[in-house]
Write a protein that binds this ligand. Structure first.
Ligand code: GTP
Ligand code: MG
Length: 258
């Protein structure tokens, strides 16, 4: 009593109409790949999309295609955090050439960070030079180093805590800078799997709930017949479940011609 009243937290009320109007102005990265059709035409500014799937499913190829699109075609900076140290500039050159883009200019706009420890990955976003203004931020193999460094069951809680912290940092960076975020992630066999479960539930993304609750759109990629791939939107709060086939070609990822 008698104490000065604490200032109340200001809560911003707005009508659904105002929110709708704000959302009309949100820009999107039209990736010009079959992914667009799954997520309302492209990746929204301030949004992170996750691609997950087994080895060789096409996660890195998808990330490289988007990086080439943004760096080579839109002429914007890209930051590519390659946690698996598998980045091949030659592949970017190939994709750029096949798309009629200048390969050298494309490469010059892609800033590569290759962390080799969790500590380096945690620091990576803070180390982006001031003169680099990425429009696209890619983290390829977001959980790989965490899996390598925290192996035992006893270390799981610490691993999840750090992973959550990294994801929070990433989301904040993407939201505050109004850029496009892409992460890729491997899967592990669901211990409660059964043949009756759909494939995206038989294989789960590493990181489990740390990821499920923070990522806006999650896309499961699987290998299909004759070298094709299928991208499936899983559990989106905004878009209906859907899937689109694609191929990996000299242009990166491409729709399958009917
Ligand atoms: P992990 O990182 O191992 O989990 O796999 P990933 O999902 O990142 O796989 P990635 O995107 O590297 O896809 C690998 C597949 O892409 C290979 O099986 C090849 O079929 C295909 N691929 C890789 N490089 C090329 C290339 O230069 N040209 C073409 N046409 N296909 C390629
Ligand atoms: Mg990969």
């Amino acid at each position: 009593m008698g104490k000065k009243k604490k200032t109340k937290t200001e809560i911003n009320f707005k009508t659904a109409y105002e929110l709708w109007q704000e959302r009309q102005n949100i820009k999107r990265l039209e990736t010009k790949t079959p992914i667009d059709e799954l997520i309302g035409g492209g990746i929204e500014e301030g949004e992170v999309v996750e691609f997950y799937g087994e080895y060789g499913s096409g996660k890195t190829q998808t990330a490289l295609t988007l990086a080439t699109r943004v760096a080579g075609e839109l002429g914007e900076d890209v930051v590519f955090i390659d946690c698996e140290s598998t980045f091949k500039p030659e592949r970017v050159v190939e994709i750029a050439k096949a798309r009629g883009l200048d390969p050298e200019k494309t490469l010059q706009k892609i800033y590569l960070i290759q962390p080799i420890t969790v500590e380096e990955q945690m620091e990576a976003l803070d180390q982006i030079p001031k003169n680099v203004k990425p429009k696209l931020l890619v983290v390829d193999g977001v959980t790989t180093l965490f899996r390598e460094e925290y192996v035992g069951r006893g270390e799981l809680a610490e691993r999840q805590g750090l992973l959550r912290r990294f994801l929070r940092k990433l989301l904040t960076y993407v939201r505050e800078n109004k850029i496009y975020g892409v992460i890729t992630n491997q899967v592990y066999g669901n211990p409660e799997s059964s043949p009756f479960l759909p494939l995206e539930l038989r294989e789960l993304a590493v990181g489990g709930h740390s990821l499920y609750h923070t990522i806006d759109n999650r896309i499961f990629i699987r290998k299909a017949q004759r070298g094709t791939r299928i991208a499936r939107l899983v559990d989106s709060s905004r878009y209906p479940p859907a899937e689109r086939p694609f191929m990996i070609t000299d242009k990166g990822i491409e729709p399958i011609e009917k």
